[in-house]
Design a protein around this ligand. Structure first.
Ligand SMILES: Nc1ncnc2c1ncn2[C@@H]1O[C@H](COP(=O)(O)OP(=O)(O)OP(=O)(O)O)[C@@H](O)[C@H]1O
Length: 311
């Protein structure tokens, strides 16, 4: 039974446009059970399949402040841990007795926390989105955090430091395993310390529910869009057609009031414009053939008119 529900108003999205069904609720409750005993959770899947939205939803249900970090190749350990920002020297001159003058200098380094240290200190839920975009060197600081909840870092003056996390600190990671420039493979050592949920093959019913809830399109129209997008994603073409793609098509269909039909030239043109760049193999001809086939498979449409494809 699919339903939209909001037990508490903590979501970053409008409550009525967030969709959860049994599948998503079960995933959330398992994630929350692991997080409850301080086991970090990792949501993995292709772009646009709902990883970040789900991570935010789980974090909201933990009821703690949320810190959000996005991985990229420029991210350094210092960006996560913090850095020394200078030294403060304090001098006390004791001249109480005129003939005796005693001077005492105290020096301390000034430290500025960064997102990881701050989240650990204050017990935030840290969402580390797209963590495989950051370098393994930057991410290596996480190993002890994920396993023991202790940050080990180096302070120039104090040397090696250990910072235990606040008892409420939790971490949720997301990543996209698909190979493209800028992605590092998630190191085994890191994957070994988390529970990973794969979101690349979410049930069609869940996808339909999300598209209907977010676009406001009638259910049959949302179903057709999802079928089209899933056919292209799962077919030989391997098109990068995600939930986000279906939502984009839905917005354009609603704005232009087209039918979701191969007979509607506006709809076909929207499909070509939106989907061509997401198509993996076979060039333009391969794309047209795959799209025709997917359109032909739509319910109640049994033939496909010649597509007029704008170049
Ligand atoms: N359960 C849901 N209810 C409503 N909308 C959803 C849900 N899950 C995903 N969406 C919507 O689907 C789109 C893609 O989701 P999201 O950005 O979370 O994907 P992602 O996997 O994190 O993508 P990327 O890897 O590109 O960051 C967003 O517009 C999001 O709002």
């Amino acid at each position: 039974m699919a339903h939209s529900l909001y037990p508490e108003d903590t979501s970053p999205m409008a409550p009525d446009s967030f969709f959860e069904d049994e599948e998503l609720l079960s995933l959330q409750s398992r994630a929350l059970a692991y997080l409850a005993v301080r086991v970090p959770v990792h949501l993995r899947g292709p772009a646009g399949m709902g990883k970040t939205t789900l991570a935010l939803r789980i974090a909201a249900r933990l009821g703690r402040p949320v810190s959000f970090l996005t991985g990229d190749k420029w991210l350094t350990r210092e960006d996560m841990v913090g850095r020394e920002i200078g030294r403060t020297a304090r001098q006390t001159v004791d001249s109480y007795i005129s003939r005796v003058r005693r001077t005492e200098t105290q020096e301390r380094s000034d430290w500025k926390d960064a997102i990881l240290t701050e989240a650990m200190r204050h017990g935030h839920t840290l969402i580390y989105d797209e963590f495989t975009r950051a370098s393994p060197q930057a991410n290596s600081v996480l190993l002890s955090v994920l396993e023991e909840g202790v940050l080990v870092f180096h302070d120039a003056r104090a040397g090696r430091q250990h910072m235990p996390a606040h008892p409420e600190f939790r971490m949720i990671l997301t990543s996209n395993p698909h190979d493209y420039v800028g992605i590092e493979h998630a190191p085994d050592a890191l994957i070994d310390r988390v529970v990973t949920f794969d979101l690349d093959d979410i049930p069609a019913d869940t996808e339909r529910g999300i598209v209907a809830a977010r676009t406001g399109l009638p259910k049959e129209m949302a179903d057709r869009l999802v079928q089209l997008v899933r056919d292209l994603r799962r077919g030989d073409a391997g098109a990068a057609a995600s939930i986000r793609t279906a939502l984009l098509l839905g917005r354009l269909v609603a704005a232009q009031q087209t039918k979701i039909s191969a007979r509607d030239p506006n709809f076909v043109q929207i499909c070509v414009d939106v989907l061509r760049s997401r198509y993996g193999r076979g060039g333009s001809e391969g794309f047209e053939a795959a799209l025709k086939q997917a359109l032909r498979a739509l319910p109640t449409e049994d033939d496909v008119q010649e597509m007029k494809v704008a170049s």
